[in-house]
Design a protein around this ligand. Structure first.
Ligand SMILES: Nc1nc2c(c(=O)[nH]1)N[C@H]1C(S)=C(S)[C@@H](COP(=O)(O)OP(=O)(O)OC[C@H]3O[C@@H](n4cnc5c(=O)[nH]c(N)nc54)[C@H](O)[C@@H]3O)O[C@H]1N2
Ligand SMILES: Nc1nc2c(c(=O)[nH]1)N[C@H]1C(S)=C(S)[C@@H](COP(=O)(O)OP(=O)(O)OC[C@H]3O[C@@H](n4cnc5c(=O)[nH]c(N)nc54)[C@H](O)[C@@H]3O)O[C@H]1N2
Ligand SMILES: [Mo]
Length: 763
């Protein structure tokens, strides 16, 4: 049904079944495999040599920070894959498109679509022949401009995926506002929006408070739902350093993820040769999906019990009472909630025993400096914002925010996803300094709040959104409710995709549709900038020959469409900006003077320059003017209650993908090879459900809304998971997620606790 990837399995001759630690020889083999497949000559390795070094090229993969003193090769298996993926020698040319209709291409898998290589020419979708045909840039810009001029600006959406530079992102957001809307949803809306809203509510800061020095100085790190080994592997180096100097790492995750268990540093010849690896987590608890509120409730309960005992016995406090007094609000409500919650409820909801929680809480109490770290396991839950609130509660109890070696650190996804928000890609006008935009460009920015990702989808379904421009990404594949969304997509008047490689979103077209190929970051001929997960701003120099002479940089494409759409404005100098990105950086500095002071001079500061963070200085820009304790109104982050036969599905990323880009079929770190069409399930649960290993089953949505959603063709595969939990891959599972199933506060789709049932298929 909804499952359109080819059912065949994919065996790579040199793919390895992996039992070793993350990093190590396996990661080098992973790189070698991609290298063999994708690139003709060794020249691509020149880029890898310069990758993530001061003055070098900033990786297009994850947002993990780039240190001032990098390793000889400061890249990981996945960063190398992402760079080499951009360097492919394959090309999706006009001849290719002439040979394959769009309808035919819709039958291809995500992997096979991207395998066609780099897009080479601007293309227009020709409905009569059902193919993409080449057009000139001028023709494309004029046609898109004419369409946008004919539409109500509020019926258009400008999406951004999080790879484009700060310079392009700033211009893209400015274009939207000059045109007349704030409809700027971005990938962050599917990812860390729970942070942008939930963390901001309680600390005043929408981003993490830690720097790399904090991570190098902390005594303990508490990890919730972030898979470092696959998704931010360079973070394994500071983790390894921390463990070696005696810091404790406590992990809560339903899946026993290799990288958080052990790590062999592929950059250390000794570790490689002797196969020595470092034990990463000192305690690893397999929490039930959505069980983190209960886990942290348990930790807090234990800390409060110890405080009471210590006070009674010694007259001293375990809690940082001065900090709580001076810097926080609502402690009493929070404490009352903890007192009213029983250990039985906590154990039931979390799936973790009281004794394990006590071990973890003791680590918290005995550590002077604690950092809380989290990822999608927390943010992609219906009550994810409340989990973040709980994590902040835990940290605040001992003053662990706004001091050296302590803090909260959400690990961000795309390499510039945090930065694009910083420079104005936001649907929320109150986050943008309108007074400065007004003064700089002499116009009245639109006051109305724009749509986020879920609201954009709702608008596409109800017909109020008529045009979609995608600056990168694979929106149709990344969002929930796939079948309904794909069906409604073609009702739009205009769809424009700015991309490097072909994906599914390019095949679901509006009445008028353009596919515009851009240079990758490695092919930017001018320096560009981005912001990493720890709020450091870096310059990046690409300078590679573009994959085709017909490509344009992203900034030139945005400017081209903007010029063709907007009336002239003497303050808006698209051509000058395209010719010299330093001028755009001057505008960024003029718009955000605190964060970007002396931007052009500080571009290549080793390790980047710090954007600053008020919560880090204990200035709390919250409603109460203090850091806020919160009392959650639920112990489970799930959106629907348990029922017999209802499972909690985690949609997972493999080690061999970057979001919807599927590099291959080897999830090395989890020992799954050759296929993504699997349903992971504990052996006990397989037996209890009367299923057999290898049996093909379907999943159906069980969200209680009566809508039928189904994915077929999944092979039952035994895997170590907590009770009631299933695992299967993103994006294949997205047809199962209802559009309304999202974090309550931020509308981040809840892709980690999807309610489903298993349907066994007839043999
Ligand atoms: N190689 C690679 N790197 C990537 C990406 C990629 O696809 N591939 N994507 C990039 C992007 S955009 C992002 S946002 C990040 C994503 O990076 P992560 O935040 O690591 O995201 P996921 O791998 O989706 O999920 C994280 C972990 O949450 C766990 N989990 C699931 N449910 C729960 C729960 O209820 N509680 C807890 N505690 N844990 C849970 C899962 O088992 C998984 O280990 O990575 C970025 N880096
Ligand atoms: N079920 C489920 N759904 C999820 C998630 C999940 O964990 N589970 N995760 C969510 C998250 S965290 C995210 S961030 C979203 C990801 O959503 P997106 O960011 O929309 O998707 P990507 O797969 O990262 O986009 C890949 C495409 O980007 C294009 N591209 C690559 N490099 C460049 C470039 O330099 N410039 C331009 N213009 N284009 C480029 C290529 O054409 C490629 O096909 O998915 C979300 N959806
Ligand atoms: Mo993400």
């Amino acid at each position: 049904m909804a499952h359109d990837d080819d059912a065949a399995t994919h065996q790579d001759e040199d793919a390895v079944h992996y039992e070793g630690p993350s990093g190590g020889w396996g990661s080098l083999k992973g790189i070698a495999r991609i290298f063999g497949k994708e690139v003709d000559g060794p020249e691509a390795f020149d880029l890898l040599r310069r990758q993530n070094k001061p003055g070098g090229f900033m990786c297009v993969s994850c947002a993990w920070t780039k240190p001032a003193h990098p390793h000889i090769a400061e890249f990981c298996e996945n960063g190398a894959k992402a760079t080499l993926w951009e360097q492919t020698s394959r090309r999706a040319t006009p001849e290719f498109f002439a040979e394959h209709t769009v309808t035919e291409l819709k039958g291809w898998s995500d992997h096979d679509l991207e395998q066609t290589g780099r897009l080479t020419h601007p293309m227009r979708y020709d409905r009569a022949s059902d193919t993409y045909v080449p057009v000139s840039w001028g023709e494309a810009f004029q046609a898109i401009g004419a369409e946008l001029r004919a539409l109500d600006p509020e019926s258009a959406v400008f999406y951004a995926s999080g790879r484009a530079s700060l310079e392009t992102s700033y211009c893209y957001a400015l274009f939207a506002r000059l045109y007349g809307h704030n409809n700027l949803p971005d990938s962050s809306n599917m990812c860390h929006e729970t942070t942008s809203v939930g963390l901001k509510k309680v600390t005043g800061s929408p981003v993490g408070t830690c720097t790399l020095e904090d991570i190098d100085k902390c005594d303990a790190m508490f990890f919730f739902g972030q898979n470092t080994g696959s998704n931010s592997p360079r973070f394994l180096h500071p983790l390894q350093r921390a463990v070696k100097r005696g810091a404790k790492i406590i992990t809560f995750n339903p899946v026993r993820e290799k990288g958080l268990i052990e790590f062999a540093n592929p950059q250390s010849p000794v570790e490689m040769v002797t196969s020595k690896s470092t034990q990463i987590s000192s305690l690893y608890c397999q929490v039930r999906p959505g069980g983190d509120i209960a886990v942290i409730m348990g930790l807090c309960k234990y800390v409060l019990e110890r405080e009471e005992k210590q006070w009674a016995e010694t007259g001293t406090h375990l809690l940082d009472v001065d900090f709580i007094e001076q810097h926080t609000a609502h402690f009493e409500e929070f404490k009352a909630k903890v007192d009213a919650t029983s250990w039985e409820q906590i154990e039931e909801e979390s799936g973790i025993s009281r004794s394990d929680l006590a071990v973890a809480a003791d680590v918290y109490c005995e550590a002077d400096k604690v950092i809380g770290i989290y990822g999608m396991g927390v943010t992609q839950q219906v009550h994810g914002s409340q989990t973040i609130g709980m994590l902040v509660n835990l940290l605040l109890m001992r003053g662990n925010i706004g001091r050296e070696g302590a803090g909260i650190s959400p690990v961000r996804g795309h390499s510039n996803v945090q930065g694009q928000r910083t420079v104005g890609i936001s649907e929320k006008p109150d986050l943008v300094p309108y007074d400065r935009l007004k003064a700089l460009f002499d116009f009245d920015p639109p006051p109305k709040q724009g749509v986020n990702t879920v609201e954009a989808c709702e608008g596409i379904l109800d017909g109020s959104i008529r045009a979609f421009i995608g600056l990168g990404g694979n929106f149709v594949r990344a969002i929930p409710e796939r079948e309904k969304m794909e069906a409604a997509w073609s009702d739009m008047r205009l769809t424009v995709q700015i991309a490097t490689r072909l994906n599914r979103s390019h095949l679901i077209n509006g009445e008028v549709a353009y596919l515009l190929p851009c240079c990758g970051r490695s092919e930017e001929q001018q320096a560009v900038t981005m912001e990493d997960s720890l709020s450091m701003i870096h310059g990046s120099v690409g300078n590679k020959e573009p994959a085709s002479e017909h490509l344009l940089p992203e900034l030139a494409i945005v400017a081209g469409i903007a010029k063709a759409t907007l009336p002239p404005n003497p303050n808006v100098k698209w051509d000058e900006w395209v010719a010299d990105y330093a001028k755009v950086r001057d505008l960024i500095e003029a718009t955000y003077p605190d964060k970007f002071k002396d931007f052009n001079q500080r571009l290549f500061t080793p390790g980047g320059f710090y954007k600053g963070n008020k919560a880090r200085e204990r200035i709390w820009e919250t409603e109460s003017g203090k850091a806020e304790f919160t009392a959650p109104d639920t112990l489970s982050a799930m959106g629907v209650p348990d029922e017999p036969g209802r499972f909690r599905l985690i949609t997972m990323r493999s080690n061999d993908q970057f979001n919807t880009t599927i590099y291959g079929y080897s999830d090395r770190l989890r020992g799954i090879d050759g296929t993504r069409d699997v349903l992971l399930m504990s052996p006990e649960e397989i037996e209890a459900a009367g299923l057999q290993e290898g049996q093909t089953v379907s999943l159906v949505s069980d969200a209680g809304d009566g809508v039928h959603r189904q994915v077929d063709g999944l092979a039952v595969t035994p895997f170590d998971l907590p009770r009631g939990t299933l695992g299967a891959y993103y994006p294949e599972m997205n047809p199962l997620i209802p559009l309304w199933y999202h974090d309550k506060l931020s509308k981040t789709p809840a892709a980690k606790g999807v309610p489903v049932r298993i349907v066994a298929q007839a043999e």
